[in-house]
Design a protein around this ligand. Structure first.
Ligand code: SAM
Length: 218
C-alpha cells in the first residue's frame, strides 16, 4: 500500500484533499482509514492535532513508525472503525479520508457519515476521495470505468488475465470492494445532514466529495 500511496496519482490526490479541506493551524483533524499516513503525514505539520483512525493494527503500527521517523508528535493513532469513531462529539474541525470508505457496505458508509457529523464541530469540513462507480453497466460512466480497469489489468498479459479471473470470482462471491457512485454519495451526504455538498467524479474510477456540518441556525 505504501507503494500506491507514493504514486504520483495518490500524491496529487493527497494535495487536492488537503487543499480542499482548507486546514488552519488551530484545527483538530480526523483522518479516517489513515493507513500508513498519506494524509496524516501531510496534514500534521500544518495543524494543531490529528487523530488517525484505522481498523488495522498492522497499518497503525506502520503509521506510528512513520510518525517517529518524521518526528511528528501531534498525532494520536487509534485502532478503531469508521462506523464507531473513538472521538467526542463536536471535537474536530475537519475530517479527511482517502480510499477507505469503499471497504464499508452501504449501511457502514451511512453510519460513518453519521459518525463524522457527530464528531465535527458546526461548520466543520469533510473532504474524502474514494472509488466512485458501480458495476451497473447501464450507466455510461460505469461502463467507461470498468472498460478502463479491464484494459489496465490486461496490459499485464497472463498475470493480468489471472487477476481479472480472481476479481471476477471475488465479485461472484460478494467479496468485492463496495464503491458507491457519485449520485449515491450526494444523496447519502444530504440525508446525513451535510450542507455545501459537492461530489465530483474523476476521469478514472475515483471521485472526491466535499461537505460541511451545518451551524445550528443554518
Ligand atoms: C486503501 S487504504 C488507504 C490508506 C490511506 N488513506 C492512503 O490513502 O494511503 C484503506 C485503509 O482503510 C482502512 N480501513 C478499512 N476499513 C476500515 C474501517 N471500517 N474503519 C477504519 N479504517 C478502515 C484499511 O485498514 C486501510 O488502511
Amino acid at each position: 500500500m505504501e507503494q500506491l500511496a507514493g504514486s504520483p496519482a495518490f500524491l496529487d490526490l493527497r494535495d487536492r484533499i488537503i487543499e480542499l479541506a482548507r486546514l488552519r493551524s488551530e484545527d483538530r483533524v480526523l483522518d479516517i482509514g489513515a493507513g500508513t499516513g498519506l494524509l496524516t503525514l501531510a496534514a500534521a505539520p500544518h495543524v494543531s492535532h490529528v487523530s488517525a483512525v484505522d481498523i488495522s493494527p498492522a497499518m497503525c503500527a506502520r503509521l506510528r513508525r512513520n510518525l517517529d521517523r518524521e518526528e511528528i508528535d501531534n498525532v494520536d493513532v487509534l485502532t478503531d472503525t469508521a462506523t464507531a469513531l473513538p472521538l467526542a462529539d463536536e471535537s474536530v474541525d475537519a475530517v479527511i479520508s482517502n480510499y477507505c470508505l469503499h471497504h464499508l457496505d452501504d449501511n457502514g458508509k451511512r453510519q460513518a457519515l453519521t459518525e463524522v457529523m457527530r464528531v465535527l464541530r458546526p461548520g466543520g469540513r469533510l473532504v474524502f476521495a474514494d472509488m466512485m462507480f458501480s458495476l451497473d453497466l447501464v450507466d455510461p460512466r460505469n461502463r467507461a470505468v470498468v472498460a478502463l480497469l479491464i484494459k489496465r489489468v490486461l496490459k499485464h498479459g497472463l498475470a493480468g488475465i489471472s487477476r481479472l479471473a480472481k476479481n471476477a470470482t471475488r465479485i461472484a462471491a460478494g467479496r468485492w470492494e463496495r464503491p458507491a457512485t457519485v449520485d449515491w454519495w450526494l444523496e447519502a451526504l444530504h440525508r446525513a445532514g451535510f450542507i455545501a455538498v459537492s461530489v465530483r467524479a474523476f476521469e478514472h474510477e475515483g471521485g472526491i466529495a466535499c461537505a460541511r456540518a451545518p451551524h445550528p441556525t443554518t
